[in-house]
Write a protein that binds this ligand. Structure first.
Ligand code: CDM
Ligand code: ATP
Length: 293
């Protein structure tokens, strides 16, 4: 297989994120995570090359060898017994440290494409094992559909049907929140998470109104303590006429708001940028580029 491959990867929001205090053997928290893919895409192009190279556009602050994409390519090549003789170029649109899973999306999409290139299926157990070694969110991006992940938030437990919820994504100014910092902050004031059964039932029934009413994230208070702008964005968004429900995604600092229509999400996002100067993006919770309006 060869030649050039181009893959688009969505980002994610957490519809339910329940962090437990309990840690696994890696020191990772037990996490109940219901994620949905969101139509804001990074693009990854893979081509034959003498040796592995990874380039990000725009450039990252970390060297290529420290990226999730490099780690994913090396670990998968080792696992499948091949040479990682490819050049990988990532064009990133998903903002960093947002809770949108940008670096995990890039790694997951790289694994999907390289698995195909090297003769394995995207959900081959060896590919899934590599994804979990790269990061907790990466397994979701091997097959980005609305789904429940248990374990450390990295074990696929149930897949749901597609649900095209209109969302506005809004980020406060300043530094985002790294996942590690949010988990460390959570440990200072741990809470017991709510149950995820009801939102899973709503997703099984494709009941958008019920899903909206059941959004949950007990990592959000830690994100707001680390980046108070998160709470400011959430409070402002909740007051807007188009907003049905607002919630921090993952470890923040991005807040997502579910609206009745994509038009409403667009007006809200435009107002957030024009009046407050915040980064924003209006879209749908779907994972395939061709399904975006
Ligand atoms: C907050 C979420 O985005 C929710 O989907 C994820 O739990 C974070 O996933 P991620 O960004 O892929 O996180 P990783 O890169 O694997 O881990 C970064 C750091 O977060 C902490 N971490 C992450 C996941 C987890 N279940 N428990 C943890 O304690 C660990 O300190 C880890 O060193
Ligand atoms: N492929 C990549 N894309 C973006 N950042 C990367 C990548 N690989 C490593 N990094 C580094 O990881 C940092 C962001 O990691 P972090 O896990 O906190 O956030 P994220 O992946 O952008 O999304 P999330 O907040 O959902 O976890 C970046 O600032 C960058 O230094």
């Amino acid at each position: 297989m060869p030649g050039r491959q181009t893959v688009q990867t969505p980002c994610k929001i957490n519809l339910h994120l329940g962090i437990h205090s309990q840690l696994d053997e890696r020191g990772y928290h037990r996490v109940d995570s219901v994620m949905a893919p969101v139509a804001l895409f990074d693009t990854i192009v893979i081509e034959d090359a003498p040796v592995l190279s990874v380039t990000h556009e725009p450039a990252l602050c970390v060297p290529p060898q420290k990226t999730t994409v490099w780690k994913a390519a090396c670990l998968l090549a080792e696992e499948l017994g091949v040479e990682p003789a490819v050049s990988i170029t990532v064009t990133a649109r998903i903002p960093e440290k947002a809770g949108l899973g940008g670096s995990s999306a890039d790694a997951g999409a790289t694994l999907r494409a390289l698995a195909e290139r090297w003769g394995a299926g995207p959900l081959d157990p060896r590919v899934v094992a590599v994804a979990r070694r790269v990061g907790a969110d990466v397994a979701f991006f091997l097959d980005p559909v609305p789904s429940l992940h248990l374990g450390a938030g990295d074990v696929l437990t149930e897949r749901f049907g597609e649900l095209a919820l209109p969302v506005a994504l809004v980020m406060p100014e300043g530094e985002g929140v790294s996942a590690k910092a949010a988990y460390d902050e959570f440990d200072l004031e741990p809470t017991v998470p709510a149950d995820y059964d009801a939102i899973c039932e709503a997703l099984r029934a494709s009941d958008a109104a019920a899903v909206r009413g059941l959004l949950y994230n007990n990592l959000a208070p830690a994100a707001k303590r680390l980046q108070p702008g998160c709470a400011e964005v959430e409070a402002w968004m909740a007051e807007q006429p188009e907003a049905l429900t607002a919630m921090v995604t993952g470890s923040g600092s991005c807040v997502f708001v579910i609206c009745q229509s994509l038009g409403d999400a667009r007006s809200l996002a435009e107002r957030a940028t024009q009046k407050r100067g915040w980064w924003s993006f209006a879209t749908l919770t779907v994972g395939e580029p061709q399904k975006v309006c």
